[in-house]
Ligand binder design. Structure first.
Ligand code: C5P
Length: 293
């Protein structure tokens, strides 16, 4: 039982089922076409009413509080809504940091929702999406969660209903990859708008479910797998172990496999567990995201 007035929210990770880079932009960012998919690997964030600001985190080596996306989200919302930034927040990390799983971005957007509830604010989700875009390219997606196509920097969203079936085996190799550095090593001309997101799915047996097909591409793999050849081996090992799709998530370092059969996913996870941190996850549709909250 949480103390009076307190509540906990789950903050799910994501994988990129596909990530195409269309080109470098004048503002230094890259134009993307990607498909985000939430998975049920979650951090937990507890919110309590308080007369001052207090933030505590454990479970990961997170760096200074002022850089934490929970703190930055709280400040941004308090300034936007013109309310004092008073709350007690406790972040319990499970999602590895620097792994391309969007943990910090998810924490930021869940903090928006948590503080709207704690401070009794009725802010439209479109406004939260705009505030989130100032914190990071992946943050707007986590305002909605589930599955969505992201264009622009990743902040222009097209939300997908329904959910994908299949089991995700996400493998964290024990080190992180610097996203800025990975993007800066991309060898793309200014814009090349003819690439389309490659992502094929077909209707599953249950209504509203989809099954992922092969053909998933992550353009950052060219760079990241060259620098870290063991990630290529890991990706290929997931395929050998029966994954229908295996791919780097975002800029990595996490590599994931999607398995149609959960028994094959469990066998693959068992094989990899001796050497890596392995998570067996389900994909979270927008419907289910609401239940996590
Ligand atoms: O937006 P975010 O802070 O998550 O991005 C981290 C870094 O990744 C940016 O500073 C930028 O170098 C790179 N990036 C990019 N194009 C994007 C998203 C991120 O070049 N669409």
């Amino acid at each position: 039982m949480l103390p009076e007035g307190g509540f906990m929210m789950k903050s799910p990770a994501k994988i990129n089922l596909s990530l195409r880079i269309l080109g470098r932009r004048a503002d230094g960012f890259h134009e993307l076409d990607t498909v985000f998919q939430e998975i049920d690997l979650c951090d937990e964030i507890e919110f309590y009413p308080a007369e001052e600001w207090c933030f505590r985190a454990d479970g990961a080596d997170l760096g200074p509080d002022q850089d934490n996306l929970v703190v930055r989200a709280a400040r941004a919302l308090s300034a936007y809504a013109n309310v004092p930034c008073k709350a007690r927040i406790f972040l319990r990390k499970t999602i590895p940091t620097g792994g391309g799983l969007g943990g910090g971005s998810s924490n930021a957007s869940v903090t928006f929702h948590g503080l709207c509830r704690l401070w009794n604010l009725d802010v439209e989700w479109e406004r939260l999406q705009e505030l989130a875009a100032e914190l990071g390219s992946d943050c707007p997606f986590f305002v909605y969660g589930g599955m969505a196509r992201g264009r622009g920097r990743g902040e222009k969203l097209e939300l997908y209903d329904g959910s994908l079936s299949g089991t995700v085996v996400a493998v964290f190799p024990g080190f992180g990859v610097n996203t800025r550095k990975a993007f800066s090593e991309c060898e793309f001309d200014l814009t090349e708008h003819d690439k389309n997101v490659i992502f094929t799915a077909y209707l599953g047996e249950e209504e509203g479910t989809y099954i992922l097909l092969e053909d998933c591409v992550n353009d950052l793999e060219n760079i990241v797998l060259r620098v870290h050849p063991m990630l290529r081996e890991l990706r290929d090992e997931l395929s050998r172990l029966g994954a229908d799709v295996s791919l780097l998530s975002g800029s990595g370092s996490t590599v994931f496999g999607v398995f149609r059969e959960s028994s094959a996913a469990r066998r693959a996870a068992q094989q990899l567990r001796e050497r890596f941190t392995v998570y067996i996850c389900r994909m979270v549709g927008r419907q289910r995201r609401a239940e996590l909250r």
